[in-house]
Design a protein around this ligand. Structure first.
Ligand code: ADP
Ligand code: ADP
Length: 228
């Protein structure tokens, strides 16, 4: 079962005037794939993120996440599914400044079904996975931008999502830190994680195994033969 399956998925903001921000599109992302979605400002990237991330319901078509038809879900069910299946990574790291790296990760599990005793162990494991086991007690202010983003990635991983959905994950980072975050995403992909990165940056887009472009709300993928 694919992680993401869009069948004619679209989103039109009602307006007035209505804006067709995502045109009917087909997209299949299989388990373990690392895809990038690239497009300029205003092309529909946030709209795509909101739909793929179950933050907004599409206004047309069918979105299956892990084979689950999300159209049939009520709002609360959609939120619950999002919490269980999707790990978000944003441009701005959204870490709590007065909490350690470990606490930032454990707090993300407070509203999930993870038993209290297990949260800390999972946080440690997630921080080790992103190479920050030795910084577990550090406050965000003592970490570099790249390390902060790695904490945010650990936070996303701690919920054991089936999909890591990253919105401009290197947008606030200098090139060294951006490189380390992209390398980490590559390692997570190598270990089997399914990753979607949304970006306006062609260099970031190149790091994906597959690149989908978005322009004026139209998703398109160069055919694999054409790229080979
Ligand atoms: P991007 O993230 O690539 O900058 P967006 O998904 O934010 O693109 O926007 C795609 C299009 O939809 C743009 O034309 C934008 O102005 C429009 N748009 C975004 N949000 C809304 C909204 N809430 N209501 C109406 N139009 C919107
Ligand atoms: P931008 O890319 O515009 O700088 P962010 O990437 O920080 O913005 O956030 C994108 C959107 O996701 C915003 O609407 C923000 O409110 C929302 N958001 C940011 N962090 C979280 C989070 N941890 N959980 C849920 N939504 C978030």
């Amino acid at each position: 079962v694919p992680v993401i399956e869009f069948r004619g998925v679209s989103l039109t903001y009602p307006g007035p005037p209505p804006v067709a921000a995502l045109r009917p599109c087909e997209l299949t992302v299989h388990r373990g794939e690392f895809i990038t979605v690239v497009g300029p400002s205003g092309s529909g990237k946030s709209t795509f993120l909101n739909v793929a991330g179950l933050l907004d319901a599409p206004t047309g078509g069918t979105y299956l996440l892990d084979g689950i038809d999300t159209a049939a879900l009520r709002d609360g069910e959609r939120t619950a599914l999002r919490g269980r299946r999707i790990g978000f990574v944003f441009q701005s790291f959204h870490l709590l400044p007065h909490r350690s790296a470990t606490e930032n990760v454990t707090l993300s599990m407070v509203y999930s079904a993870v038993p209290r005793a297990e949260r800390r162990a999972r946080a440690r494991t997630a921080l080790e996975r992103v190479g920050l086991g030795h910084r577990a007690d550090a406050l965000p202010g003592r970490l570099s931008g790249g390390e902060r983003q790695r904490v945010a990635i650990a936070r996303a991983l701690a919920g054991r999502p089936s999909l890591l959905l990253c919105d401009e994950p290197t947008g606030n980072l200098d090139s060294d830190n951006a490189g380390s975050v992209l390398d980490l995403l590559g390692e997570l992909h190598a270990s089997g994680m399914t990753i979607v990165v949304i970006t306006h940056d062609a260099e970031v887009a190149e790091r994906g195994q597959r690149t989908v472009t978005i322009r004026d709300g139209i998703l398109s993928e160069p055919s694999r033969e054409a790229r080979a």
